[in-house]
Design a protein around this ligand. Structure first.
Ligand code: NA7
Length: 540
């Protein structure tokens, strides 16, 4: 290395992906620097301190698989761990492998510019300092660039407010999840809104939920993990990870290959009831596979979930407001809940349908809708993210010839394997757009992404290669393939962050942002590309 701020690789972000990327490249003898906006490791689990935040993945399937020591030494207390536990886990990993020594915290990458002559990147931080590296690897997270609603008067609110992804931790009061005596407003009813609402409802004097579109929520069925189960999980960890890696979404749950219409109504109903009562995503990702591809099959499960909501909500009018009418079950991310619907049976919880009475403005004392004003003490924005490409869009990335990534992707991202885009050599996008890790029990696919990139960087060192980027054809073919796969599913029938839509990002093109071919197919394709000396890439 020529100077103290020149590295083999710079990793942007110290979440689950960035931490593992640092570890693997360092193990291979590379000089790596991680720049992290926050003041600690963990990414999503560092920032999302809102009450109720927890896994929807079984804890022991979400853990890192690459260290037996971690598996043996860490014990998960709940089937779906709460966020503070996961944050502790990731700090434990960082301590154990001394990761912090190569991470610079409170350091947001503002700019990355490719230096063609030297085939390396110059990265500039918010404070104007710079660093250089042959490779830049973004581990900025698909759901990290949070969005606040563009509602007039937002800054005039005189009470306290926050986005859920920037929950201000405190020792007492609402910041410590005690809402007693407070009137609270929550805007947003996605997976985050659902988690935070069911917690706030427990103690708030009044909770007013402002809902644009309801989501198809299903029970998480969380519980403690017994000592025997923990022992079993540790002993069989590799088999559990292998099981996950063989499924579409990297979860324990695998689709049932029977068609929904192929079984009797009685059998189907019993199957749905069983899945509804079981922990985790089984009702979605362990259901008949054709619920995700065939509108008629989807309608059957949709009707079942609607029936459940009607059974659980006392007031039929409120129940109807909580039942989505514009999309089928599973076509958007299914929020997992614990007595969420029952919250609306409580006297302290009110649901406001923003389609009937839109928000006109935020005023110092609360929210003014078209029919009346709701005064609140605390206002929570659970309004989502500029998903998948958002964090990259917020960095000024310039590639060959000074081309900006935001311009290249103005009409939606185009990539090869969701890992690279032409004109931006040596830049890899972990869990990037159209990458198999985006629709996945994320650490399972993050490990695949990271290991693939690390192998590639090692390969380039061995072969004395300096530069890699995809061919235009490989990129075009992959982008078309991703779209074709999406069109075979029902995902494009709904607006959601899967499709890049969020009312607060009106300029973003509606386009499927994930990869719907399933984790095993994605891995097989990546492995095949590597086995063929990185077929589809130009290496120099
Ligand atoms: P989501 O799923 O994007 O949900 C955001 C919610 O906020 C959703 O209900 C939106 O309604 C609502 N929203 C957004 N902007 C507004 C405005 N301006 N006014 C009213 N309501 C608004 O984000 P989450 O954080 O819940 O979940 C993201 C992922 O994180 C989740 O899937 C997990 O994988 C982890 P809309 O849907 O547009 O009707």
């Amino acid at each position: 290395m020529t100077s103290s701020n020149t590295y083999d690789a710079i990793v942007m972000g110290a979440g689950i992906a960035g931490m593992y990327q640092l570890y693997t490249l360092r193990e291979q003898g590379f000089n790596v620097k991680v720049f992290e906006t926050g003041d600690g490791v963990g990414g999503t689990w560092h920032w999302n301190n809102y009450p109720g935040c927890r896994f929807d993945s079984e804890s022991y399937t979400y853990a890192y698989s690459w260290s037996k020591d971690i598996i043996d030494e860490w014990t998960w207390t709940e089937r779906f761990a709460p966020q503070p536990e996961t944050k502790r886990y990731l700090n434990f990993v960082a301590d154990k492998f001394n990761l912090r020594k190569d991470i610079q915290f409170n350091s947001r990458v503002a700019k990355a510019t490719y230096d063609e002559a030297n085939t390396e990147w110059e990265v500039e931080l918010d404070d104007g300092s710079t660093a250089r590296a042959k490779f830049v690897i973004s581990a900025t997270g698909p759901l990290s660039a949070f969005t606040l609603p563009n509602i007039p008067g937002r800054d005039s609110f005189a009470g306290e407010s926050c986005h859920t992804a920037r929950w201000p931790l405190g020792d007492s009061g609402w910041k410590a999840n005690d809402f007693s005596g407070l009137r609270v407003g929550v805007i947003g009813t996605g997976a985050t809104g659902v988690q935070v609402i069911q917690e706030i409802a427990k103690s708030a004097k009044e909770l007013t939920v402002f809902q644009l579109a309801p989501n198809w929520c299903a029970p998480l069925n969380n519980g403690p993990i017994s000592e025997e189960e923990t022992a079993h999980n540790k002993e069989n960890a590799q088999a559990i990870f292998d099981q996950c890696n063989a499924t579409f979404g990297g979860f324990l749950h695998a689709f049932d290959e029977r068609e929904a219409a192929s079984v009797s109504e009685e059998e189907r109903e019993a199957f749905f009831e069983k899945l509804y009562a079981e922990p985790g995503f089984g009702i979605w990702l362990g259901n008949f596979a054709d619920i995700m591809t065939n509108p008629e099959a989807n309608e059957i499960i949709t009707k079942f979930i609607a029936k459940k909501i009607r059974q659980r909500v006392d007031n039929p009018e409120v129940a109807e407001l909580l039942i989505p009418k514009d999309h089928g079950f599973g076509t958007r991310r299914v929020p997992m809940e614990t007595k969420y619907f029952e919250c609306y049976n409580q006297d302290n919880v009110k649901l406001i349908d923003l389609n009937a009475t839109p928000i006109e403005e935020i005023v110092p004392t609360g929210i003014k809708c078209s029919d009346k004003q709701y005064d609140v003490d605390v206002l929570i924005y659970a309004t989502g993210f500029d998903a998948v490409t958002g964090a990259l869009r917020r960095i000024d990335i310039a590639g060959v010839g000074g081309e900006k990534m935001v311009d290249k992707w103005a009409d939606g991202p185009s990539t090869y394997l969701g890992m690279q885009t032409t004109g931006f050599p040596n830049l890899f996008t972990l869990v990037g757009p159209h990458n198999g890790a985006t629709f996945c029990n994320i650490p399972r696919c993050i490990e695949q992404n990271v290991e693939w990139v690390s192998d590639l960087v090692g390969y380039m060192r061995d072969k004395n290669l300096n530069e890699i980027q995809p061919t235009q054809k490989a990129e075009d073919d992959w982008t078309v393939h991703v779209d074709e796969l999406a069109q075979m599913t029902l995902f494009p029938t709904a607006d959601s962050w899967f499709m890049g839509t969020n009312v607060n990002n009106p300029d973003k093109k509606r386009m499927f942002m994930l990869y719907a071919g399933g984790a095993p197919n994605y891995k097989a394709k990546c492995d095949d590309v590597a086995a063929k000396d990185y077929d589809g890439f130009v290496l120099k």
